[in-house]
Design a protein. Structure first.
Length: 219
């Protein structure tokens, strides 16, 4: 599973975490989930990211989503690190499990290895990776950042809303879309079907190609 990518089923890993032993598929259950990795405990960018993720935890829970972090240090290290994370982000609690991967086995299965970063012993380190996984345990979206660049958690929330919208309706979200903006109707939906599916109406843009493919609606 080293090449885990969009549409692949996430491996059903068993792992030790700050919440005890978890089995990934059982933990996800019928929910959506975000699995995100960090290059190391007690590092500056990771501490800010975990703090922001903890601050957004309720927003994710409201969307029926579970969080699970991963870092290659052991559980005891994670538990100590959580104290720093919560101190950096007052009012936020790290309520989700953080998986331990000291042998660097899980990051390989989850395609979360940074090819450039090594620890002092020459062992591989996790990349700043993030998979959004659906209730069917398949990867719906992935981000992959280098260790030097922290992720924008507002963007994670935005793309989750986009995925939910696309899963519920036959629509896609255009560039810079945010909740409340119009969406575009999938090209696979005929004009007649669109009239039935979107009784509130839709707007078809007049383009030089005369092809009626850019159809905006609100759902």
């Amino acid at each position: 599973m080293a090449g885990l990518t969009l549409g692949d089923t996430i491996p059903n890993l068993e792992a030790q975490s700050t919440h005890g032993k978890i089995t990934l598929h059982d933990y996800i259950g019928d929910s959506w989930a975000i699995i995100f990795s960090h290059p190391g405990d007690f590092t500056p960018v990771c501490t800010t990211e975990l703090g922001k993720m903890a601050a957004c935890a309720q927003e994710f829970a409201n969307r029926g989503l579970k969080l699970v972090g991963l870092s290659c240090d052991d559980v005891e290290s994670h538990l100590e690190w959580i104290k720093d994370i919560e101190a950096y982000t007052p009012g936020a609690k790290v309520s989700f499990p953080i998986i331990a991967d000291p042998k660097r086995e899980l990051i390989k299965q989850l395609n979360m290895v940074d090819p450039e970063e090594k620890d002092s012993s020459g062992n591989p380190l996790p990349s700043r990776a993030l998979h959004i996984v659906g209730p069917d345990k398949k990867v719906k979206l992935s981000f992959l950042y280098p260790a030097s660049t922290g992720r924008n958690m507002d963007e994670v929330v935005r793309v989750l809303d986009s995925l939910h919208k696309a899963a519920k309706h036959k629509v896609a979200t255009p560039a810079n879309w945010k909740p409340g903006d119009p969406v575009v109707i999938s090209p696979s939906v005929s004009t007649e079907d669109a009239k039935n599916m979107f009784p509130g109406g839709f707007k078809t843009l007049d383009l030089p190609s005369n092809k009626d493919y850019l159809r905006f609606t609100n759902v």
